[in-house]
Design a protein around this ligand. Structure first.
Ligand code: PMV
Length: 326
């Protein structure tokens, strides 16, 4: 029996400037660029083994065999890898996360970044970081940003080969910390793949996209010069703009829960009192509270005192997707 196996680890990322809406839905070419950083303590570890005897792909997530839509998405993705490699062989995919999936922590980002690296390596493709980022994007747009290290910008591009992410600063460049306040562990009802398709039904999407270059420029500069205040204002504006688009889409996407709103209001109060802290939310009710290492314990304690928060994850800026040896 011929077996080709590789394992890889990738971190999820939190977008400071968000991706919402595609120019090309099938290729996941986004309407706007985005900036994120990887989350070091959270990860997906994925082992891919191509086995000549298999008659279809099989998928295990956190030890449980997964079928249905989850498997379909991985099979479609592996078809792209097989096409690039010019082989037919099916694979066993074993994926583990150390954080809950489907609640607004971008599990699809780390999942498809780890899968891209493990699958392409196992099948014998020797892809550059740019090519890996393009490949990961096909599984989940934000996965393109979990390939490079540290602070990352995804250039939207216009076609498959020029829509990819690069590192704009290494993880050690700035000691930011993301405290992820988990508001619910329930699986979200509308995922981001379906959400992107609704973006254009909002009359606010055009204004959001037209203003993106300005927000990207300010956040890129703020990262470069460690300017927390400038970053904070743009990060909150960007999150609010994306959620305004969501809330004004047809059908309406409303991810905010009461606790999410209480956290956002408190974060603004804390910042007004002089603490470097800001919030951002993805396609779920959890709130990412971003601060610096010096203030992370203080913010953790403040969040821990609030009602309605189920769990808090703490992550500093993380490294790139990488192969592991077992
Ligand atoms: O990569 P997707 O399709 O899961 O989309 C991610 C969308 C947001 O998390 C809401 C924003 C972002 O840029 O990460």
């Amino acid at each position: 029996m011929k077996k080709l196996s590789s394992s890889a680890i990738a971190h999820p990322n939190i977008a400071l400037i968000k991706y919402w809406g595609n120019k090309n839905q099938a290729l996941r070419i986004p309407v706007n660029g985005s900036i994120s950083f990887n989350l070091d303590s959270l990860f997906t570890k994925t082992e891919v083994t191509f086995i000549s005897e298999l008659t279809s792909d099989i998928l295990f997530i956190n030890g449980h065999e997964t079928t249905g839509l989850g498997l379909d998405r991985v099979v479609s993705f592996l078809n792209i890898v097989r096409e690039q490699a010019g082989t037919q062989s099916f694979a066993k995919v074993n994926s583990e996360n150390n954080f809950p999936v489907g609640t607004g922590i971008a599990s699809s980002a780390s999942a498809f970044a780890a899968l891209s690296l493990a699958a392409s390596n196992a099948i014998g493709l020797d892809l550059s970081e740019k090519e890996l980022s393009c490949l990961a994007r096909r599984g989940s747009g934000s996965a393109s940003r979990s390939i490079p290290e540290g602070f990352v910008e995804w250039f939207p591009g216009v076609m498959d080969t020029d829509s990819y992410a690069v590192s704009i600063a290494p993880a050690r460049h700035w000691g930011l910390v993301d405290l992820v306040a988990v508001v619910t562990h329930e699986h979200k009802k509308v995922g981001s793949t379906a959400g992107h398709e609704l973006a254009n039904t909002s009359p606010l999407q055009k204004a959001r996209v037209d203003d993106t270059k300005r927000r990207l420029d300010i956040v890129r500069e703020a990262i470069k010069y460690h300017d927390f205040q400038a970053m904070a204002e743009m990060v909150e504006l960007d999150s609010n703009m994306m959620h305004a688009v969501m809330m004004t889409s047809r059908p309406v996407l409303m991810y905010w829960e009461n606790t999410s709103i209480s956290i956002m209001k408190n974060v603004q109060k804390w910042r007004a009192s002089g603490i470097p802290v800001c919030y951002t939310m993805d396609a779920g009710p959890n709130v990412h509270v971003i601060t610096t290492k010096d203030y992370s314990e203080d913010i953790y304690q403040k969040l821990a005192c609030m009602n309605g928060i189920k769990q808090i994850f703490i992550a500093a800026v993380g490294g790139k997707a990488r192969l592991v040896n077992d």
